[in-house]
Design a protein around this ligand. Structure first.
Ligand SMILES: [Zn+2]
Length: 247
């Protein structure tokens, strides 16, 4: 009679241990890089300004309504010599379709552009490769949608001071976008062994970034400003003649 009770007891102990182990993992996460960062002193209006620039990069570089409407700007907040809001270093939008390169999400493309600009021997910065790598720790990346795990990892490997995003991965999925469900804060939390730290600021100006991702899978959703529904009603096309480029 004792054996079944003993086995039952051991099973209960194992169950308690497992449950406790799981709750331990969820309630006491490893110390994140976020907790060690200094206080954020950048005004919210400045965040809003640069997030609007990330949205505006779409029209500046391609159209107000590219299908993959992911725009990023990289800003040096430590350089306020010409503007208290900081200095724009580089920007880009998703280039996968244009270049036939599936890794060229807006953030990766912006990082590539930054490396080119920082190391250009005829450019403003003229940095060596190692100096350019170090320079990323002074830069902030604004992106109008939450970085996917590929981009979040690239951002952490770059050592950016900050990453600020608009629309969340959760919202993208709700709107019909295919996404890998590893959120950027998870990638950041698992990257504490890297030498650098990156502040992550979510959901900035999402009410203005969301519409850029809302029309692609919803024919009823209005197109972004400067665009209209194409003849078949499926896509949004730029209205030529209304943008500044035509003037
Ligand atoms: Zn990405």
């Amino acid at each position: 009679m004792l054996y079944p009770l003993l086995i039952l007891g051991l099973l209960l102990l194992a169950l308690i241990h497992l449950t406790h182990g799981q709750s331990h993992r969820h309630t006491h996460p490893v110390q994140t890089s976020q907790q060690s960062l200094s206080q954020d002193t950048i005004p919210f209006e400045t965040r809003v300004y640069w997030m609007r620039r990330a949205n505006a990069a779409l029209a500046e570089l391609e159209s107000p309504c590219p299908f993959g409407a992911f725009g990023s700007v990289v800003v040096n907040h430590t350089d306020t010599s010409s503007d208290p809001k900081g200095k724009l270093v580089c920007m880009s939008i998703n280039q996968s379709m244009q270049k036939g390169n599936p890794t060229l999400h807006g953030e990766i493309s912006a990082i590539n552009n930054c490396s080119g600009i920082l190391t250009d021997p005829n450019g403003e910065y003229k940095l060596s490769a190692s100096e350019a790598l170090k320079a990323f720790s002074t830069l902030s990346l604004y992106t109008n949608a939450e970085p996917c795990p590929m981009c979040a990892s690239a951002i952490r490997w770059s050592g950016f001071a900050e990453c600020i995003y608009g629309t969340s991965i959760e919202s993208l999925v709700e709107k019909g976008w295919g996404q890998i469900l590893i959120y950027s804060d998870e990638v950041f939390e698992e990257s504490t062994k890297l030498p650098s730290m990156t502040r992550l600021i979510p959901n900035v100006l999402a009410n203005e970034t969301d519409p850029f991702f809302s029309w692609q899978f919803d024919p009823q959703y209005p197109c972004p400003e400067g665009c209209h529904r194409s003849g078949d009603g499926k896509g949004c096309r730029e209205i030529w003649g209304t943008t500044n480029r035509e003037l």
